[in-house]
Design a binder for this molecule. Structure first.
Ligand code: UTP
Length: 476
């Protein structure tokens, strides 16, 4: 561990000596904690970020030409069957691993625990992690393969996440195939570029964004672990999308067939200002433009004469990345772009009193996974998906992208499956499914599988119904 004097020296050299302002009153463990935080800081990077984003006008990128990306239609193009087979082959050969990012702070949801532990199941209170795990169990059974599950966490939720898995016996998965690893943290800075203190002996820090998965995969030996298992293809998803297809043969197949290094899914934006990034080609380079900067690029809001968005390709943050591509990005990670978010950051004032700001008082710096796309040198591989059954992220309790919306999507999706299988479902006057429905992904991952496996069972959704992993009704 770094000594007090060398930590002081580093802080002074970088104009951050105030970090030790309360040193004299810290206990031994508090001092050790603060020293460890200081040791973890990449000062060169922080100085660059402060100079670029705080003490000077932030950079604004301008493009001469912004064009839509070519998109493979929903369900695939003319070569869909071939792609499906290629994907199934990659799964059967054990070439595929799962890369979940779950290190975020989940501020908007405000749940006391890791977001993945949220009990989203309306009847069983099953967690989002449990849904992901049940999908994995189904796929492993179907393809006689192991899908190693690499889960990125952060200092803010590592312990809680791991304990949650342990308490739930890894949801029936083999613990050796579930690997947690930590992303790095970066200091939050005030509007003057100075690091903020969260406690007298602790800096305010935030996880370095989902783009932090790039160095984290390499630094924590995940790339090495994947290779040792024969895995070269990682299916990337985010913890809060309960509906995601964790390893979609069609998507994997297109990635493999087109020898892509990184591929993406897209969904049609439902309104010009929907809070998702947009896939596009900017001066010929493949990018996702964040919704927060849409006003810089008004052409992204344009519609045709029929009112259809020209740039409809929203980003649901579902990708496939090759292990080798992650390694090459990491080798050149200095070129990876950073972003800042202006936030209300609780912190100590000069007198050591805690302040809960009402207005944004500082910046958090993050990197985003979709920025990896600008380093892709092949033609974009972008597959369109429907939202229902693939993309229902949970950002808050109610409103758009919420727990309430996720539960409604469960009713719509699974109500449809039950009816297709010939079972009654209660609907209201507006023809909406009027009961809560859960179908374990371990029992069925898609409508076709449900119809097959439901034979011999009797279900009715005239009142709430939860169908468990083995097809038995769980709620009654
Ligand atoms: P969001 O950007 O929605 O952030 O992350 P969040 O932490 O879930 O929620 P808010 O913004 O604080 O309300 C999208 C996905 O990226 C992961 C999250 O865990 C989520 O799966 N993520 C985000 C990380 O893994 N690390 C980060 O540093 C940020």
């Amino acid at each position: 561990m770094v000594t007090e004097s060398s930590a002081r020296e580093r802080l002074e050299e970088n104009g951050q000596e105030h970090v030790f302002r309360f040193w004299d009153r810290l206990t031994g463990p508090e001092r050790a904690h603060l020293l460890a935080q200081v040791e973890s800081i990449d000062f060169k990077l922080m100085n660059r970020l402060v100079a670029q984003w705080v003490t000077s006008e932030p950079p604004e990128e301008r493009f001469d030409r912004i064009e839509p990306v070519p998109v493979i239609p929903k369900g695939g193009g003319g070569d869909a069957q071939e792609a499906w087979q290629a994907g199934e082959e990659a799964l059967t050969q054990g070439r595929v691993g799962l890369l979940l990012v779950a290190g975020g702070q989940g501020t908007r949801l405000g749940f006391d625990g890791p977001k993945g532990a949220y009990p989203v199941g309306p009847i069983t209170r099953k967690s989002i992690f449990a849904y992901h795990a049940e999908k994995i169990r189904n796929l492993e059974r179907r393809y006689h393969c192991t899908l190693p599950w690499y889960i990125m966490v952060s200092d803010t939720n590592h312990e809680q996440t791991q304990t949650f898995f342990e308490k739930n016996h890894y949801f029936g998965l083999e613990p050796g195939n579930v690997v947690f690893f930590e992303q790095r943290m970066v200091p939050c800075v005030g509007q003057d570029g100075k690091f903020l203190l969260d406690q007298p002996g602790s800096l305010a820090m935030n996880p370095n964004g989902h783009g932090g998965v790039i160095p984290a995969v390499v630094d924590n030996g995940i790339a090495r672990d994947a290779r040792s298992r024969g895995v070269d293809t990682l299916s990337y998803f985010q913890v809060d999308n309960w509906a995601v297809k964790v390893a979609d043969p069609l998507f994997i197949g297109y990635h493999v067939m087109r020898t892509a290094r990184m591929s993406s899914k897209t969904h049609r934006k439902d309104k010009p200002r929907e809070a998702v990034g947009v896939h596009c080609l900017c001066d010929g380079v493949y990018r996702v433009i964040e919704y927060t900067v849409l006003d810089l690029y008004p052409q992204l809001l344009e519609t045709d004469s029929a009112g259809n968005l020209l740039h409809y390709a929203g980003s649901p943050a579902i990708h496939i990345l090759d292990v080798g591509f992650i390694e090459s990005l990491n080798a050149n990670y200095d070129a990876f772009p950073w972003w800042r978010a202006h936030k209300k950051i609780p912190c100590l004032n000069e007198r050591g009193e805690r302040v809960e700001p009402r207005e944004p008082n500082g910046y958090k710096f993050e990197t985003f996974i979709f920025d990896a796309l600008r380093f892709v040198t092949h033609d974009p591989v972008v597959l369109e998906i429907p939202r229902l059954g693939e993309y229902t992220p949970i950002k808050a309790y109610e409103g758009d992208n919420s727990v309430i919306a996720a539960r409604e999507s469960m009713r719509t999706l699974w109500g449809g499956w039950l009816e297709s299988a010939g079972f009654p479902v209660r609907r209201d006057a507006e023809d909406k499914v009027a009961v809560d429905i859960e179908i374990s992904p371990n029992f069925a991952l898609c409508e076709h599988e449900f119809i097959e496996r439901a034979r011999g069972h009797v279900y009715d959704a005239l009142s709430d119904i939860a169908i468990g992993p083995d097809g038995r009704i769980e709620n009654r």
